[in-house]
Design a binder for this molecule. Structure first.
Ligand code: AMP
Ligand code: MG
Length: 433
């Protein structure tokens, strides 16, 4: 094994590198753009036409010739004859000739002859007698002089025909999907989502919804891990709970052979009933066991049926944190993402934190906006079974390996789990760049 030190354990960064070395993007498939949110584009998409496709009005107003307005003022307006209406969605109904105007709506093509659009607010339209509007000889008074190309969107000003619209490797967010729709691409080629098999282990663990016998607890890891898989773009496949025997775990894992990633929780420690390593050794390959981190030291990584296999710890917080550090980047790389690190921010620590034991410590913490930038405080009880401390956290405060303690007021690194704070959105604008 590589990256180990005297105590035989591997560090977090070395473990991540070793795990990701064997992971590649999954094959490409074609999906509707409505199903492509969060997936990674496999082909560079070229603009097939100009966007917008034609020169059009950016305002509701009057399409006119700038030359006709040269001397217009509020006291001496330019008076133009209105020869047509230009609603959006139709070819121009007429042309603008000297001394005339076409009443035009936002998005309507600029009629031939017009070179500028005057907003309603700069005409007599808001104050005009409504009776006059029905007269055949409608006139508009333009109250300002303005040059050409004002309130006009040029054809191709957003995208030019033939230019690169979105390049291969781009994660598709709502804005990218909108660009694809505007170009008429309703299907795109993306890396397919990984199928992620999830197995909980333990004689004491029963599925939620079942009554508890003495000594039993409910399976929370299955639900949490399935939700994390879905959050990062995978398709979770819950295979249930396996008792702590080699036979039952082997049988349950048989259903996971066609998954792209296999996750187990529990049974990976040094106890009498920790079967995961034995099964992995017998049926596949084990590359990593135990990582110098807290929570989450017991962790196994290897291959089963040629697929990446991650044996996560049983303690719910340890399972969650280990997922974020090791399973999330696997899923992201399989999806074709190249940015695999969690977003981090630097925040001012409100109270001191200690790191007993010297392993890299991930402290559940809450980041909020302080008067002089982000501040961070631990969310309380840090026991690795205390899942509620995680419900109050939006980040993991990292105490690096070998660092004993961090003092109050220190600037510290926080890996963000999500960007919400309490019921609302964390005000990101202060420190995002
Ligand atoms: P283990 O690593 O199997 O020894 O489990 C460590 C701790 O996590 C024990 O207290 C288990 O009861 C608990 N645990 C294991 N699996 C789960 C699960 N799926 N849901 C909730 N707690 C679990
Ligand atoms: Mg167990």
């Amino acid at each position: 094994m590589t990256g180990t030190n005297d105590d035989g354990m591997i560090g977090v960064e070395a473990a991540r590198r070793a795990i990701l070395a064997g992971v590649v993007p999954l094959p490409v498939e074609e999906v509707s753009i409505l199903d492509a949110l969060g997936l990674v584009l496999a082909d560079t998409m070229v603009a097939t036409a100009d966007i917008p496709p034609f020169r059009n009005s950016a305002m509701d107003g009057y399409a006119v010739r700038a030359a006709d307005l040269r001397d217009a003022t509020r006291t001496a307006p330019a008076r133009l004859r209105v020869v047509a209406e230009g609603p959006a969605g139709y070819a121009p109904r007429g042309a603008v000739t000297p001394g005339t105007a076409i009443r035009i709506m936002t998005g309507a093509p600029l009629p031939p002859g017009a070179d500028t659009v005057v907003r309603f607010e700069e005409t007599d339209e808001p104050t005009r007698d409504p009776a006059q509007a029905s007269s055949a000889e409608l006139e508009v008074a333009i109250l300002v002089a303005q040059g050409p190309a004002i309130n006009v969107r040029e054809a191709g000003e957003d995208l030019r025909a033939g230019s690169l619209a979105i390049v291969a490797g781009t994660p598709l967010r709502p804005a990218e999907l909108g660009v694809l729709a505007s170009l008429g691409y309703w299907q795109v080629r993306v890396h397919r989502r990984p199928q992620v098999a999830i197995v909980s282990t333990g004689d004491e663990v029963v599925p939620p919804g079942q009554p508890l016998a003495p000594g039993q607890i409910r399976d929370s890891n299955g639900t949490t891990l399935a939700a994390l898989v879905r959050r990062y773009g995978g398709v979770p496949r819950l295979l249930g709970v396996a008792r702590d025997t080699v036979e039952e775990l082997t049988a349950t894992l048989a259903a996971a052979r066609d998954a792209d990633l296999i996750l187990t929780s529990g049974g990976v420690s040094v106890g009498d009933y920790d079967m995961v390593k034995d099964v992995l050794r017998a049926e596949g390959r084990i590359d990593i066991w135990q990582v110098r981190m807290k929570p989450g030291k017991p962790l196994a990584y290897g291959q089963l049926g040629g697929k990446p296999f991650l044996g996560l710890p049983g303690n719910p917080v340890a399972a969650y944190v280990s997922f974020e550090l090791f399973a999330r980047p696997i899923i992201l790389r399989q999806l074709g993402h190249t940015t695999l690190d969690k977003p981090t921010i630097r925040a001012r620590l409100v109270e001191p934190v200690r790191n007993g034991g010297g392993r890299q410590h991930y402290v559940r913490a809450s980041v909020t906006a302080g008067p002089e930038g982000p501040i961070v405080r631990p969310t309380g009880e840090q026991g690795s079974g205390v899942l509620t401390a995680l419900t109050r956290a939006n980040g993991l405060l990292v105490i690096p390996e070998g660092v004993e303690a961090l003092a109050a007021d220190a600037l510290v690194e926080v890996e963000m789990l999500h960007w919400e704070q309490g019921g609302g959105q964390f005000p990101a604008a202060d420190w995002e760049n």
